[in-house]
Design a protein around this ligand. Structure first.
Ligand SMILES: [Zn+2]
Length: 443
C-alpha cells in the first residue's frame, strides 16, 4: 500500500473504516467503492466519508516525496493520492510549517530593522537645518511658488508631492523633486503614514507619493513665517539660474500644449521625440513667446493628422515627422520675420504657481516675447550692481561734504569720467588714489 496511515483514535470501528477507505491493490486501485462504506454510524452519504475519516486518521502518500525533506505528503481524499512515484510541487505539512515560521521570523527581523533605521532617520531629521542665505535664486523662487500653493504649511508643517502638482502645467512636481535632491526640502518619517517607508536590500526606501516633505529650519533664524520671509522677499540677482528656470518652465508650458494636442489626434511621441522637441522649443523661446509656439504646435499636429490619412502613411509614421516639422516651422519663422499668430491658454491648461510667480515678480507670461523675457533676467545683475554703486556714491558724497572738499571731489570725478572711466570705475579709482580723504566715509 502506497498510503501510510496514522491513527488518532483507538476505536476499532473507526480504524477499520479508515483502513477500508484507503485499501488499494499493488496498482493503486482502491479495493472497495466509497459507497460500500456507508452507512457508518450516523453517516449515510458516501461523500462525507473522507471528511469524517480525516478526523481520526492521517494518510501519507508514499508515492509523493516532499521537495524539501523527501518525506511523504499528507493526502485528504482518494483523488489526492498518486498511482506513480513523483516529487510533490508543494512541501510537506511539516516543511510548510517550518517555512512559514522562517518567513514570519524574517519579516519580524525586517520590521525591527526598518523601525531601527526609521528611528535614526527621525532623530536626524530633528536636528537637520540649512542655510536660507545660501539658497540659490531658482531654489528661492520655487519655494516662493510652493508657499503660494500650501500657505502656511511650508513655514510650519509638512506637505505631500500631490499638493505641488499645480506648480506648473507640465510635471509640476518636478520642481519639488529639484529641491528635494538639492537637500533644500527633506522628508519627515514621523509625519508619514505607516507603510510609506520600507527596506530594499537593507536600505531605507519610500513610496514618494506618500512622503511628507518639509522645509528644515534655517541654521540661524530657525523655522516659521519670519524666517521664510527672508527667503521669499530677498531680491533675485542671478540672471543665469533665473533664465534657466524660466526656460524650463516655458518649455513645459509649450510641451503640455503639444501633448494635449497629440492626445486629441492620437499621435504617440516617444521619449526621444520629446527630448528632441524640448531642445527645439528651448531654442525657439529665445525669440518667441510661449503662445506663439502654441500656434506652431497646433499647426504641426494638425499637419501630421492630415498626413496620417494619406495613402502610404500611417499614424506612427506621421507622428514621427512632428519633431522635425517643429524645427522647420521655427527656422522658417526666423527667416520670414517671425510668427504672426498666437493662441490663448486653453481653459484646462493652468499656468501654475511658478507661472504666476513669474507674472507677479517679472511681469512675464505666455504672451511675453522670448527676447523681452530673457532681457528681464539679464537686467538682474545690472540692477544688483546699480544698487551697490548707489551705496558707494552716497558714501563718497557724504565724505566730500563732511571734509568740505566738494568742488575738488567733483573735479576729480569729472576728470576720471573724461578719461574713460564709467561711474562705478571712477568712484573706485578715487577711493584708491585718495584713501585718507575717503577712507572713513567709504570703507
Ligand atoms: Zn518535508
Amino acid at each position: 500500500m502506497a498510503v501510510r496511515l496514522e491513527f488518532l483514535t483507538q476505536d476499532p470501528e473507526e480504524i477499520a473504516l479508515a483502513t477500508r477507505y484507503w485499501a488499494m491493490d499493488e496498482d493503486g486501485v482502491y479495493l472497495e467503492k466509497v459507497s460500500e462504506l456507508v452507512p457508518f454510524r450516523e453517516i449515510t452519504q458516501s461523500g462525507l466519508i473522507a471528511k469524517h475519516a480525516r478526523t481520526f486518521c492521517q494518510a501519507f502518500d508514499e508515492n509523493q516525496a516532499c521537495n524539501k525533506c523527501e518525506g511523504p505528503i499528507l493526502v485528504t481524499s482518494r483523488t489526492d493520492a498518486k498511482k506513480q512515484f513523483q516529487r510533490s510541487e508543494a512541501p510537506c505539512e511539516a516543511c510548510s510549517g517550518a517555512l512559514r515560521q522562517e518567513e514570519l521570523e524574517r519579516r519580524r527581523a525586517a520590521e525591527i530593522e526598518l523601525q531601527k533605521q526609521l528611528t535614526s532617520r527621525i532623530d536626524y531629521m530633528r536636528t537637520v537645518s540649512i542655510s536660507y542665505a545660501d539658497l540659490t535664486d531658482d531654489q528661492r523662487f520655487i519655494l516662493l511658488a510652493i508657499d503660494a500653493l500650501i500657505t502656511p504649511r511650508l513655514a510650519h508643517s509638512t506637505f505631500t508631492e500631490g499638493s505641488c502638482e499645480a506648480l506648473a502645467p507640465w510635471e509640476g512636481t518636478s520642481y519639488l523633486t529639484r529641491l528635494f535632491r538639492a537637500g533644500v526640502i527633506w522628508d519627515d518619517p514621523e509625519a508619514a503614514r505607516s507603510g510609506t517607508y520600507y527596506l530594499h536590500d537593507g536600505k531605507l526606501q519610500a513610496i514618494t507619493s506618500s512622503l511628507q516633505f518639509f522645509l528644515p529650519p534655517d541654521e540661524l533664524l530657525g523655522r516659521g513665517a519670519e524666517a521664510l520671509e527672508t527667503v521669499t522677499e530677498r531680491q533675485f540677482t542671478d540672471p543665469e539660474v533665473m533664465t534657466n528656470l524660466w526656460l524650463d518652465y516655458a518649455v513645459g508650458d509649450v510641451l503640455r500644449y503639444l501633448l494635449d494636442q497629440c492626445r486629441v489626434y492620437n499621435h504617440d511621441l516617444d521619449y526621444e521625440d520629446i527630448e528632441k522637441i524640448k531642445a527645439t522649443i528651448r531654442f525657439g523661446l529665445h525669440t518667441y513667446s510661449v503662445s506663439q509656439l502654441w500656434f506652431v504646435m497646433w499647426k504641426v499636429v494638425r499637419d501630421a493628422a492630415s498626413l496620417a490619412n494619406r495613402e502610404y502613411y500611417n499614424r506612427q509614421k506621421a507622428a514621427a515627422t512632428i519633431p522635425n516639422k517643429i524645427r522647420k516651422q521655427i527656422e522658417w519663422a526666423d527667416k520670414q520675420g517671425g510668427i504672426d499668430r498666437c493662441w490663448d491658454r486653453p481653459e484646462h491648461h493652468i499656468a501654475g504657481s511658478v507661472g504666476m510667480a513669474f507674472l507677479t515678480l517679472f511681469e512675464i507670461d505666455e504672451f511675453t516675447g522670448g527676447k523681452q523675457a530673457l532681457a528681464k533676467f539679464a537686467q538682474l545683475s545690472a540692477k544688483a550692481s546699480t544698487e551697490e554703486v548707489q551705496g558707494v556714491a552716497s558714501n563718497f558724497m557724504q565724505g566730500a561734504l563732511s571734509r568740505n572738499v566738494s568742488l575738488w571731489a567733483m573735479e576729480q570725478f569729472a576728470g576720471l569720467i573724461r578719461a574713460g572711466f564709467d561711474t562705478n570705475g571712477a568712484l573706485d579709482e578715487l577711493v584708491r588714489l585718495n584713501p585718507e580723504t575717503f577712507s572713513v566715509a567709504i570703507s
